[in-house]
Design a protein around this ligand. Structure first.
Ligand code: IPM
Ligand code: MG
Length: 360
């Protein structure tokens, strides 16, 4: 089959890791007789440098008319890069937020799975890890604090900044439905994470979760406060199956979840809309400190490409092939530097891509 993929390489390590994902996709296309047509789209700092804005309307149109968007990472060093001297709406991250909103990508799925081969890279003790954990963070992606009104003003000679956190019940309901649907396909357990002891938005969140839960009697669910969840993730990650949460909590908790899988370089993500069009990107950032050095771990991006095949193209067999190839590369002892441990073979970013592509 033929598929059109908009490719956003972005900034920092973005181009390196996306090249490896494309290498693996090309291998899948050759083996399973598909055609992937790639159109490069600028977003983030590279778009600012080329066009003056982090995401142009033309770029959004290319993404909208594609079957899926594959992305690397955007942004630079927030303390040194000149991009962060621009007004907030012209900075790299504003491009990504605009793209998520324009494509209606309200559901962000971030699976955190501990490969048994990476136990040595996991910072948790053996007795906590047991035989591993396998959880999914279902993060609301187009509402809450990252999209609320914000301003910085001076009042009576004092600078004051405002950010607002709003959710309406429909926004909560649609992500909650995704959370429960996902739980139904997994171990039928869902923990909804909020801060209902303080925030109104969380109290509404809880109420809607309670309502939606009635339609999924097979799913066991409970509520957890976000501060407790941050602790439970390192204390007992095995208790989690689907973690449902709002935008900012999901942003923070998914970084934490990725670290306990051994490295933030392992965590893929899919951002889904009401249609088949999705955006697939690693959960990590652009790591400007190692950009251009061929050291980055491309696995999160390669696994994101697998999610693209599964969710946007319905190519389950091909997605399985990528995931199996990643497992094989790890089982054969190939490691990028972030997950390196004694007795294994250290690879560059492109060598890791080669090994995984060869295993398809
Ligand atoms: C992520 C990133 C983004 C986010 C940034 C780059 C805007 O941290 O995808 O987790 O906060 O959503
Ligand atoms: Mg983040």
């Amino acid at each position: 089959m033929d598929f059109n993929i908009a490719v956003i390489k972005g900034d920092g390590i973005g181009p390196e890791i996306v090249n490896e994902a494309v290498k693996v996709l090309d291998k899948v296309a050759a083996k399973y007789n598909h055609r992937f047509n790639y159109t490069e789209v600028l977003m983030g700092g590279c778009s600012i440098d080329a066009t003056g804005v982090p995401l142009t309307d033309e770029a959004i149109e290319v993404c909208k008319s594609s079957d899926a968007v594959l992305m690397g990472s955007i942004g630079g060093d927030t303390t040194t890069s000149s991009w962060y001297k621009l007004p907030p709406e012209l900075r790299p991250e504003a491009g990504l937020l605009k793209l998520r909103k324009s494509l209606g990508l309200f559901a962000n799925i971030r699976p955190a799975y501990l490969y048994k081969e990476l136990k040595a890279a996991c910072p948790l003790k053996d007795e906590i890890i047991g035989d591993g954990f396998d959880l999914v963070i279902m993060r609301e992606l187009t509402g809450g604090l990252y999209f609320g009104d914000r301003k910085t003003v001076e009042e009576n000679g004092v600078m004051k900044a405002y950010d607002s956190l709003t959710y309406d019940e429909n926004e909560i309901r649609r992500i909650t439905v995704k959370g429960f649907e996902t739980a139904m396909k997994r171990r039928k357990n869902l923990i909804s994470v909020d801060k209902a002891n303080v925030l109104d938005s969380s109290r509404l969140w809880r109420k809607v979760v309670e309502e939606v839960a009635k339609d999924y009697p097979e799913v066991t669910y409970s509520h957890m406060l976000v501060d407790n969840c941050a602790m439970q993730l390192v204390k007992n990650p095995r208790q989690f199956d689907v973690v449902l949460t709002e935008n900012m909590f999901g942003d923070i908790l998914s970084d934490e979840a990725s670290e306990i899988t051994g490295s933030i370089g392992m965590l893929s993500s899919a951002s889904l809309s009401e249609t088949k069009l999705g955006l697939y990107e690693p959960s990590h950032g652009s790591a400007p400190d190692i950009a251009g050095q061929n050291k980055a771990n491309p696995i999160a991006t390669i696994l994101s490409a697998a999610m693209m095949l599964r969710y946007s193209f319905d190519l389950d067999k091909e997605a399985d092939a990528i995931e199996t190839a990643v497992k094989k590369a790890l089982a054969d002892g190939y490691r990028t530097v972030d997950i390196m441990s004694e007795g294994n073979r250290q690879m560059t970013c492109s060598e890791m891509g080669d090994v995984i592509a060869a295993a398809i």
